[in-house]
Ligand binder design. Sequence first.
Ligand code: FES
Length: 163
Amino acid sequence: MSEAPVLSVESRARIDREVRKYPEDQRQSAVMSALAVVQAEHGHLTNELMDAVAAYLGMPSIAVYEVATFYTMYDLQPVGRHKLCVCTNLPCALSGANEAAEHLKSRLGIDWNQTTADGAITLKEGECFGACGDAPVIVQNNRKMLIEMTPAKIDELLAELSR
Ligand code: FES
């Protein structure tokens, strides 16, 4: 296995825990967890970090890039303290997602993939989060699902995030 000095001891220990969940010859199955671990430590994923994950898991870098660029939970650029990912897929779009997105953009003065000047909020466009019945759906910081996000609820959220 190649050395991956760019990964911290702590990250490697956490990745090792994920790797142990799979058969010995399937280290690459832990790639999503490994990327999440490294992103949590560094804030976003650089090519150097993704290459290090690839080397550590014994897989081609391109395969790691494919995963990191496919899922909106991974950030390839720095993001604000709060990342709001708005689902704009059809079921949500039919239930107010576009209005929610426009309201957010207008309130924050930013567009998709931009961060407010104070570094507080990054706005991203997301794919279906599997909660279509509760549209519009926003996922906050990859962890918290916010449902039925009408403009009024978005105003409440922004007030909460500004405290
Ligand atoms: S389409 Fe938005 S959560 Fe499914």
